[in-house]
Design a protein around this ligand. Sequence first.
Ligand code: 6PG
Length: 229
Amino acid sequence: MKRRVVRRFKTGAAMAEYAAGLFKKALLGKPGKFTAALSGGGTPAGLFKVLSALPLPWRRVVFFMADERLAPLSSPESNFGTARARLFSKIKIPRPNLRPVNPGPGAAAAYARELLKETAGSGRLDFIFLGLGEDGHTASLFPGSPALKEDKKPVCAALAPHGAKVRRRVTLSLKTINKASTVVLMAAGPAKKKIFERALLRDKTIPAGLLNPRGEIYFLFSEKSRSLR
Ligand code: 6PG
């Protein structure tokens, strides 16, 4: 069922509790395997903390990354490395259920194969958490990125703008994100307020304005930012 929900919170902790509740509801509402993708950046830190304390059926969950910087898993820049430290290491989830991106050559194509294999060829994930950059990027879909128009490959190579610590990325394509059953976008802090509103208004000049999943999308905003990375 197609639904667009907007919620605003005073604090990041309240947003994290709400977002974790959405994940719990979706997971408990679907029997069998549950495929999810996590975003990087610092916003999900509060979410990971709440999720790691929930007694959920983690053995049914397979975690992908919505995007990844091509850096070693041990690097502080690695989104998987951050999720492992803050969530995966604190829950009872079988190691094969965790899907890091292998940062070697052909990383995007290899990850695409893994995603298609896990979703019986559909590329359709049950749940995707996304963040929002001040330029309106989400995952590693940056303004003008070819991955925004990618129609075939479910996972694409991407290049972050100059100045990013790790420019070479891998990202779910926009089409893959829009196939998901539930998408939860989280943004925090005054610096994200304007771009968040533009995303809500479906501003097509920014990647986040193109989010239009076949299922539910939740746009969550917390007035207070918290940076923890
Ligand atoms: C990444 C993310 C990216 C992130 C936004 C917001 O790899 O950087 O996936 O899309 O979600 O840049 O980052 P913050 O949460 O740190 O503001």
